[in-house]
Design a protein around this ligand. Structure first.
Ligand code: CU
Length: 122
């Protein structure tokens, strides 16, 4: 029951994207490509939801920060590196431990790198 409604929601969310992309490609006008990359920067909703891979190096509960050795993050134009992120929700710090392999979503909030979602990877 629960998984079916989740699937329906995911389908509803992904359908508009699936239709938008081929439609934009069909116009083949350079302007379409420019406006699309512009939208990615301005809105960035679907892009920042993209999950990056990483490994937890440090959990700082007092400051609410996570040090993550991460792989490339295309949406942030970042090569693999180890860096400090701020956890959007302090509860995230209880879900992970040093050495854990994780998948996480990052958002750039006024220059501050925010982990908006994190989950353990196998
Ligand atoms: Cu980085």
């Amino acid at each position: 029951m629960k998984s079916i409604s989740t699937l329906a929601l995911a389908t509803a969310l992904s359908l508009p994207l699936a239709f938008t992309l081929p439609a934009a490609a069909q116009t083949t006008a350079p302007a379409a490509a420019v406006s699309m990359s512009g939208m990615n920067h301005a809105g960035g909703m679907s892009h920042s939801a993209e999950m990056a891979e990483g490994e937890i190096r440090k959990v700082s509960k007092d400051t609410g920060k996570l040090t993550i050795k991460h792989g490339p993050i295309k949406s942030m134009d970042m090569p693999p590196m180890t860096m400090v992120f701020t956890a959007k929700d302090p509860a995230m710090l209880d879900k992970v431990a040093v050495g854990d392999k994780v998948r996480f979503a990052v958002a750039d909030e006024g220059g501050k790198m925010l982990v908006t979602d994190i989950q353990l990877a196998k």
